[in-house]
Design a protein around this ligand. Structure first.
Ligand SMILES: [Zn+2]
Ligand SMILES: [Zn+2]
Length: 612
């Protein structure tokens, strides 16, 4: 990033953020000063503040590796103790170029020349002690303002000058910086946890999914364990939606071009669709098909295929529908960004009068599901239109006003806390986005609710109202559990792979003290499986201790330990993942409690202080 862009970005921050920003930017200068001492003759690239810290790019006479970082960090701490002032000096472009030439810094000369060519006539420099940098600022008043125990040099990476691979590769040194030592350590701990819980790592370790290049990027293969997770979540959605009065429908994965002309996808969304399948049928007639990018058009056709009366409404069509979107390959990441995804989709067709109550019910369903998963770190964003922007939003002001009022009231009545985003609505109506925060605080939109008065017009959807006249229904799009891929990337990280019993791929593992007890264990397993419990016996030739450790590595929620005494008395010893106490109970009592726990989708949490 250019220094000027940095300065502009700094203006939009809060006072607190600005202070941290100045600290981070100043630390970048201190880093450069320390590196010039450590590797005299180093050439300086850019050194901006970034999320969580700062970096500086160098062209080095002799390489620097991670092993050098403690020594450089020590020099930085020494510099901080000098309490050097940051002094700003401004000059004209020509003088600035001369100054960078005197500094003998070729990248700075180039940057100064660029500023001159862009017509910038005042260029600033910051001096702190012996170090000078061409820089827009802002900085702290002196290095004494920088908390010396709240930063750490973090890593070394290669980076092309100005991010262009045609340019020279420079060495980038990253640092972390916060206000306090506690914040720094807290961040490092969260990052460690995030890495440990990364869904790609756990997806491999727990046999959840696999991405094979010969299937294609962004097209995950779900292994048996991952498929259990998908099935259980789909079952959950089916049950809740059944209770909320939804009916399930199914639609094919491909459809003819004309459907996506009608829906407008080919006019507005083509770059996100897979290229067409083009062929001639038996009579030589050319037909063009596309992979389905959204389920909406299909559901609209299901609504349209029969005459509908006001008495039929609301109609709520739900489908775990698989859609394909051509995301850029550089943006694909594990399960978070994929090209094939199966969505917890539904469309509600109702009268305008019913739209508010339907929206309230949708919000309630969202809340129930998120509460079940104990998801708390999410924000709800209500996006409205900008009446001045006729390009971005369809032109019907009274309709916008009515629909925004309705959705806002629905959010309030459902007890949802939300923030508003002016001018962020969809083309055809206001929407509600649910954004989840991961461990590192990064936000991802997981689900959207949209109120749509345009689809009915476009697809000529109608029903007969109380007076026998044709009327247009309102359409609500909703997908609380997002797509399986994205939702599971969150849930894997949320639970750290230690799923509640109802969701766990293997719910119960039976471990015997010796092999003589295997027959008995298998009989118990069969009884559990007859009740659809995912139970298995560990009959591998391993020691008892190793079997217990393996069950823990695979984060299996319940281990049943079976010894001779347990067999004789019809009992089992129940050990739960990361819980200290264990209990010996009759098998029947265990079985009953287990079925109750699964049916109620109860989450028995690990002890806080139990070892991992
Ligand atoms: Zn600077
Ligand atoms: Zn839709």
């Amino acid at each position: 990033m250019q220094d000027q862009e940095i300065a502009r970005e700094a203006e939009s921050l809060s006072e607190e953020q600005k202070r941290l920003y100045r600290i981070r930017h100043s630390l970048a200068h201190v880093l450069a000063q320390a590196v010039l001492e450590y590797r005299p003759g180093a050439k300086l690239g850019f050194g901006p503040p970034v999320e969580h810290g700062f970096y500086y790019d160098f062209d080095l006479p002799e390489p620097i590796g991670e092993e050098d970082l403690p020594k450089i960090q020590k020099r930085m701490k020494k510099i901080l103790r000098t309490r050097e002032e940051f002094v700003r000096q401004e000059m004209g472009a020509e003088e600035a170029i001369r100054r960078t030439e005197e500094m003998g810094q070729p990248f700075k000369i180039e940057a100064a020349g660029d500023l001159r060519d862009k017509g910038v006539d005042v260029i600033s420099f910051y001096t702190s002690g012996p170090f000078v940098d061409m820089c827009e600022g802002p900085h702290v008043a002196n290095t004494g303002e920088i908390p010396a125990d709240a930063f750490r040099l973090d890593s070394v990476a290669g980076a092309y000058w100005r991010g262009d691979e045609k340019n020279k590769m420079l060495t980038r040194i990253y640092g972390l910086a916060f206000f306090t030592k506690e914040e720094l350590e807290g961040f490092i701990e969260r990052r460690r946890l995030a890495m440990e819980r990364d869904h790609r790592k756990l997806g491999r370790e727990l046999d959840i999914f696999h991405i094979d290049e010969s299937v294609g990027k962004g097209l995950p293969l779900w292994l048996p364990n991952g498929t259990v997770l998908r099935d259980e979540i789909e079952k959950l959605a089916m049950e809740y939606e059944f209770r909320y009065g939804y009916e399930r429908v199914s639609s094919p994965h491909i459809a003819k071009e004309e459907l996506y002309v009608l829906s407008g996808h080919l006019q507005h969304y083509k770059e996100s669709m897979f290229p067409p399948m083009d062929y001639e049928d038996e009579e030589g007639k050319r037909e063009v098909f596309y992979m389905k990018p959204m389920n909406c058009p299909h559901h609209h056709l299901i609504f349209r295929c029969r005459p509908r009366s006001y008495r039929d409404l609301p109609l709520r069509f739900a489908e775990y529908g698989t859609v394909y979107r051509f995301e850029k390959s550089g943006e694909l990441a594990g399960l978070l960004r994929v090209r094939g995804m199966t969505m917890n989709d539904a469309h509600i067709y109702c009268t305008y009068d019913q739209a508010k109550e339907e929206s309230i019910q949708v919000m309630k369903l969202y809340k129930e599901l998120y509460d079940l998963f104990e998801l708390e770190d999410y924000t709800v964003r209500f996006s409205t239109h900008d009446p001045a922007n006729r390009e971005k939003f369809h032109d019907n002001e009274p309709l916008w006003e009515a629909s925004e009022k309705l959705l806002r009231e629905a959010l309030i009545e459902a007890g949802i806390v939300f923030e508003e985003g002016f001018g962020e609505a969809a083309f055809y109506g206001p929407k509600v986005d649910v954004q989840f925060k991961n461990l590192l605080g990064r936000e991802e939109t997981v689900s959207t609710v949209q109120l749509d008065y345009v689809a009915a017009e476009k697809f000529d959807l109608s029903y007969t109202d109380e007076h026998g006249a044709d009327a247009r229904p309102a359409v609500i799009h909703r997908a609380p559990l997002s797509v399986h891929e994205r939702m599971l990337s969150f849930l894997i990280e949320h639970y750290g792979g230690a799923f509640p019993t109802w969701l766990a791929p293997i719910q119960v593992r039976l471990v015997t003290v010796n092999d003589d007890l295997l027959d008995y264990a298998n009989r118990l397993k069969d009884r559990l499986r007859a009740d659809f419990v995912r139970a298995e016996v560990d009959d591998l030739p391993h020691s008892f201790g190793k079997k217990i450790r393996n069950a823990s590595t695979h984060k299996i929620p319940i281990v049943l330990v079976i010894g001779k005494r347990e067999m004789e008395e019809g009992q089992v010893t129940v050990r739960r993942y990361r819980r200290k106490e264990q209990e010996t109970v009759s098998f029947d009592a265990f079985r009953e409690a287990l079925l109750e726990e699964i049916r109620g989708r109860v989450h028995v949490k690990p002890d806080e202080d139990a070892p991992a």
